[in-house]
Design a protein around this ligand. Structure first.
Ligand SMILES: Nc1ncnc2c1ncn2[C@@H]1O[C@H](COP(=O)(O)OP(=O)(O)OP(=O)(O)O)[C@@H](O)[C@H]1O
Length: 264
C-alpha cells in the first residue's frame, strides 16, 4: 500500500538525511523504525506526508505518487495518513472531545470547522474511540488536565478519527514512563490489528520495538541497514545499526520485559 522508491532528502544545510531509501509496506503491516540519533527516522516519517519535502524519489500511496501532488490534492491524500506525535500536539485549552474531533478538520468544510460544528456521526465516532482507549469519562476535561499517557491516547483517537489507511507514528513513547510506554505501544498495535491499519512507528527503544512488531527497519546515516523480524536483531546487527555497545544488556532487558509483560 505504501512504497518508497529511492527516497532522498538533503537539507539546505547539506545534511543528507535520507539516501535513496526503498521500502514497501503492505496493507495492515506495522513496522518499527529504529536507529541512532540523526539516522533520519523523523525525516523519513515526515517525507511520507510531506511535512518535510523530499529532494527526490517517489512516495507511492496506492497508485498515487505523493511527491507529485499540488496543495489541494496533497491535503486530500493526507486524510489517508494519521499522524501521532511524541509531544502529543494537543490544543491544551480545548477539551478531549474537541481535540479528537480536530482530526476531522480535513473533512468538514471551512465554515463548519471555524465554528467547530461537527456532524453527529463524527461526534458518535469520537465517543466510540474514546471508549475504546478508556477515556470516555474524560471527554469534557481540558487537555492540560491529562497525564502523558492519557494525552497520547487522545492523540491516537485524533489520528484514528481521520479513518486513515496508514499511521505515521513519531516517537510515541519518548515522554512516557516504561509501563505507560508499553501500554501505549500495545494499544497502537492492537488498534492497527483491529482496523487492518498499516503503521510506521519511529521508536528509539529497541526492546519496546521488539516486543510489539513483526518487522523492524534499522536506519543508519540515512540508509536501511536492517529489514527483518525482531529476533534477527542480534548483537552484531544492532552494532551495525548503532555502533559499538554491549547489546547483551538490551537483549536481557527484553527478556525481563517479557516477564513484566506476563505479569501485567
Ligand atoms: N530541519 C533540518 N535542517 C537541517 N538538517 C536537518 C534538519 N532536520 C534534520 N536534519 C539532519 O538530518 C539528519 C537526520 O535527522 P532526523 O531528525 O531525521 O534523525 P532521527 O533519526 O529522527 O534522529 P532523532 O532520533 O535524534 O530524532 C541529521 O543529520 C540532522 O541533523
Amino acid at each position: 500500500m505504501l512504497r518508497l522508491d529511492a527516497l532522498t532528502k538533503t537539507y539546505k544545510t547539506g545534511d543528507q538525511a535520507l539516501k535513496a531509501v526503498t521500502l514497501a509496506v503492505p496493507s495492515g503491516q506495522v513496522l518499527a523504525l529504529i536507529g541512532p540519533s540523526g539516522a533520519g527516522k523523523s525525516t523519513l516519517i515526515r517525507c511520507i506526508n510531506r511535512l518535510v519535502e523530499p529532494s527526490s524519489g517517489a512516495v507511492m500511496l496506492g497508485d498515487v505518487d505523493l511527491t507529485k501532488l499540488g496543495a489541494g490534492a496533497l491535503r486530500r491524500e493526507r486524510r489517508r495518513m494519521g499522524m501521532i506525535f511524541q509531544e502529543y500536539a494537543l490544543v491544551e485549552r480545548l477539551t478531549v472531545m474537541e481535540n479528537v474531533l480536530s482530526g476531522r478538520l480535513g473533512y468538514v468544510g471551512f465554515w463548519r470547522s471555524l465554528t467547530r460544528r461537527f456532524p453527529q456521526s463524527d461526534v458518535d465516532e469520537a465517543f466510540r474511540l474514546l471508549d475504546r482507549v478508556g477515556l470516555l469519562h474524560m471527554a469534557d476535561k481540558r487537555a492540560d488536565e491529562l497525564s502523558g499517557g492519557q494525552r497520547q491516547r487522545v492523540g491516537i483517537c485524533r489520528a484514528l478519527i481521520q479513518n486513515p489507511a496508514l499511521l505515521l507514528v513519531d516517537e510515541p513513547t519518548a515522554s512516557l514512563d516504561p509501563k505507560t510506554s508499553r501500554q501505549i505501544m500495545r494499544l497502537i498495535c492492537e488498534l492497527c490489528a483491529e482496523r487492518g491499519l498499516a503503521a510506521i512507528i519511529n521508536i528509539h527503544d529497541v526492546a519496546l520495538a521488539q516486543m510489539f512488531v513483526a518487522r523492524v527497519i534499522g536506519l543508519r546515516l540515512g540508509e536501511v541497514v536492517f529489514d527483518g523480524p525482531p529476533d534477527g536483531l542480534t548483537p552484531d546487527r544492532l552494532t551495525e545499526i548503532y555502533g559499538e555497545e554491549d547489546w547483551e544488556a538490551t537483549i536481557d532487558a527484553l527478556d525481563e520485559e517479557d516477564e513484566i509483560e506476563a505479569a501485567e
